[in-house]
Design a protein around this ligand. Sequence first.
Ligand code: SN0
Length: 318
Amino acid sequence: MKQFISVDDIADPLGLVKEALNIKKQPRASSELGKGLTLGLIFMNPSLRTRLSTQKAAQNLGMDVMVMNVGTEGWKLEMEDGVVMEGDKAEHVKEAAAVIGQYCDIIGLRSFPGLTNREADYADHMINSFIKYSGRPVISLESAVFHPLQSLADLVTIEELKQKEKPKVVLSWAPHVKALPQSVPNSFSQWINQTDYEFVITHPEGYELSQDIIGDVNVEYNQNKAFEAADFIYAKNWSSYSAYGKILSEDRSWVIDETKMSLTNNARFMHCLPVRRNLVVSDGVLDGSNSVVIQQAGNREFSAQAVLKRMIEGMRNG
Ligand code: SN0
C-alpha cells in the first residue's frame, strides 16, 4: 500500500476492519514489525485524536515517531508552480515534502480544505503534492476531501456493536456555527457503501454531497423520518458542496436530542469528535448510555495500526 487517502486505496476494506478488530485484542503482538522505521506526522491544522491515536499505533508497532505542526510552526508553504515567491510563503511544497521524506519512512499528513474554491479543494493539492514529492508512502490524517482513518474506526465500532446483520445506519447533518469540510461525511459514505447495511443520509436541502464521491445513496430530507428504526445515528455538520463552503441553514431544530433519538430503534449515537455540545448534540444524548463516541475514538488507535501494519508489510516485502 503506497498511499492511504481514500477507500479506493484498499483492495478489501472489510478485511482491514477485521484486521483492526484483531489488533485490538493484542495491540502489542507485532511490536517488532516497525523497528527502525520512522513515521512523520505533519499537521497543517489542529488535531487531538488523530495525532495521539496514530502515534500510539506506530509505537505499538515499534516505530519511531516525529510530529510537526507545520501549519503553525513551519514556514508558510507555496503550492503553485512557477511563481515568483515574493509574498509571505518562504518554502515551496516541493522542497518541504522532499526534505520530510529524507527523515521519514512513512508520512501522515493533515490538511483541511480552504472551502472557497471547490475545484482546488477537490484536487486535494497538498496531500497529492506530498505523494508526488516526498518519495514515501503517505497516509491521510484528513485531507481536503477525505478522512479515511476516521471512517475505518467508524466501521470497526459499528461491527463491534451491531446487533443485526444489516443495521440501519443514518448519517445526519447537524447545525454548526462554522463552515466545516465534507471530508468526514464523504469518507463515511464511501466506507459504508462497502457494507450491506441499510444507509440513509439526512440533511436540509442544499447539503447534498458530491455524487461522484458517494455514489447513489438514499437521501431523506425529513430528519424525523430518517431516524425511524435507525440502529446507529452518526451526527456531523458539513458545509454545502453545491453552494461551496456556505452555511445555508441556521435551523437549530436539526440538533440531535433525546426526543429525536426516541424515534430510533434505541440507536447508538456516533460522532467523530470534536463535537460542540447543545449545538450538534444535546448533553443528554452525548452523556447518555447510547453514546459510543469514546469507544469510537478509542478504535482510532487500532484502525491506524491496521493501516500502518499493512504499509510496513508492503515495504518489507519489497
Ligand atoms: C473537522 C471537520 O472536518 O469537520 C475535523 C473533524 C475530525 N472539525 C472541525 O474543524 C471542528 C471545528 C469547530 O470549531 O468545531
